[in-house]
Design a protein around this ligand. Sequence first.
Ligand code: F6R
Length: 211
Amino acid sequence: MAEVIIVKDPQQAAVLYATTVANALKNDPNLVLGLATGSTPVQAYRELAKIIQAENIDVSQVQGFALDEYAGLSEDHPESYHNVIQRTVTQVLNLTPELVHVPNGSMESIQTAGKDYDEAIECAGGIDIQILGIGTDGHIGFNEPGSSLSSGTRIKTLTQQTREDNARFFNSIDEVPTHCITQGIGTIMKARHVFLLAFGENKADAVVQTV
Ligand code: F6R
């Protein structure tokens, strides 16, 4: 069942996510979290970190699976999602680094990386709680509008709009990769619980269309 919850500000949304995940963690220390990058979930991760610390919740066995990664961008690049997830999630929540996974964007293995990633998620028992943002054009993960609803993790081309939106993280738009590897909508919809957060007027159209 899908539910639309309108809250006062991003802080309230962050608390909603954080309390849901914290309660789930208390019942299941082996929880599998689906993770997103971007600006939207940052506060939610911080809020969750506060509860984990305050209530001394054990997260050593928690597994994480990121939604996506740029293709052909070195994992060492500060804006690779390997690095972003490490900075904004693994370190903030104090997760076990070996248990946090990001799709492999290396061009050498890109043809098989998607299938391998979906298998790894299945092996972990599937994602319990997935957090999502949404692009101004309605993309989820890097699935642009029109993506197959049954798609698995695979290589995709980034649209001009998405590259322009993400240029703020690079020196110029020319540095923004043209391709990515992303969980498919089919992969995402297998998660047992999905939180899609959207803030600000520029996301309003995308939210209306998605609903
Ligand atoms: C992030 C992702 C994207 C973002 C979307 C919104 O892993 O897959 O779908 O959620 O681009 O980005 P922000 O939150 O920066 O507005």
